[in-house]
Ligand binder design. Structure first.
Ligand code: PGA
Length: 260
């Protein structure tokens, strides 16, 4: 079962997860962080950036992004390559050679998935994968119907996801229709999954992912297959959980040595 932690705010969630990552990096400087985009992980990146400014050294850390849009012009500010550079690589002082994002350029798109899988396995995989969850229940861009065994590949975004992401673009028409995303099978290979969600709009997807049936119709439910999952929520995102009292009880009695 996933460990579910409910905190007061997104900022508190960011600090909780960032502090854990800082401890991990202290014992393993060449740590590999799986990074997500969207609004959800930003409090984690802001808290990590504050640690970097306070002197924590992330220079040996590697980052692997979950996904990328297909066909955006190189350097587009909303390409996930640019977003990861802006929110993670630069503020944390990562070596650009250690920052990996799937290649969404049209030339060679047929092999983009396999190339990314090769890069991930050649590197030795991801230590901690940060995840948001879409209103559709997607993890990465694995929309409903994605196989639990899927690997990095080109996927078609749902209209719902395109509408949700249109806020980052001048118009809905500019939101790409295709993406390259790590598969659910890829994500499940990371050694620790940390799924964050904030706000009432995520409550149904969170409840279905954490407590609902295991089904490809709810890609988020794939987390139930992983041995080490931490779900960090604000009260609104936790509001649909049936076993919330038990999660709180478990937190109140958590052994000090356990960490997240
Ligand atoms: P959000 O997106 O963090 O911007 O809400 C999450 C997702 O689509 O996975």
């Amino acid at each position: 079962m996933a460990e579910v932690i409910v905190v007061d705010s997104a900022a508190a969630a960011g600090e909780l997860v960032a502090s854990h990552i800082v401890r991990e990096v202290a014992s393993l400087p060449a740590y590999t962080l799986g990074v997500a985009t969207g609004s959800t992980p930003l409090p984690v990146y802001e808290a990590l950036a504050a640690h970097a400014r306070a002197g924590v050294d992330f220079s040996q850390v590697s980052a692997f992004a979950l996904d990328e849009y297909v066909g955006l012009p190189a350097g587009h500010p909303e390409s996930y390559r640019a977003v990861v550079d802006r929110h993670v690589a630069q503020p944390l002082g990562l070596d650009p050679r250690n920052v990996h994002v799937p290649d969404g350029s049209l030339a060679g798109i047929e092999t983009a998935g396999q190339r990314y899988e090769d890069a991930l396995s050649g590197h030795g995989g991801v230590d901690l994968q940060l995840l948001g969850i879409g209103a559709t229940g997607h993890l990465g861009f694995n929309e409903p119907g994605s196989s639990f065994g899927s690997l990095t590949r080109v996927k078609t975004l749902t209209e719902r996801t395109r509408i949700d992401n249109a806020r980052f673009f001048a118009s809905l028409d500019e939101v790409p229709i295709h993406c390259v995303t790590q598969g659910l099978g890829t994500i499940l290979r990371a050694r620790h999954l940390v799924l964050l969600a904030f706000g009432e709009g995520k409550a149904d997807a969170v409840a279905a992912a954490v407590e609902g049936p295991l089904t490809a119709s709810m890609p988020g439910s794939a987390i139930q297959l992983h041995a080490h999952v931490t779900v960090v929520l604000d009260p609104a995102a936790a509001s649909g959980l049936e076993h919330r009292e038990y999660y709180q009880w478990a937190q109140d009695h958590k052994p000090d040595w356990q960490g997240i």
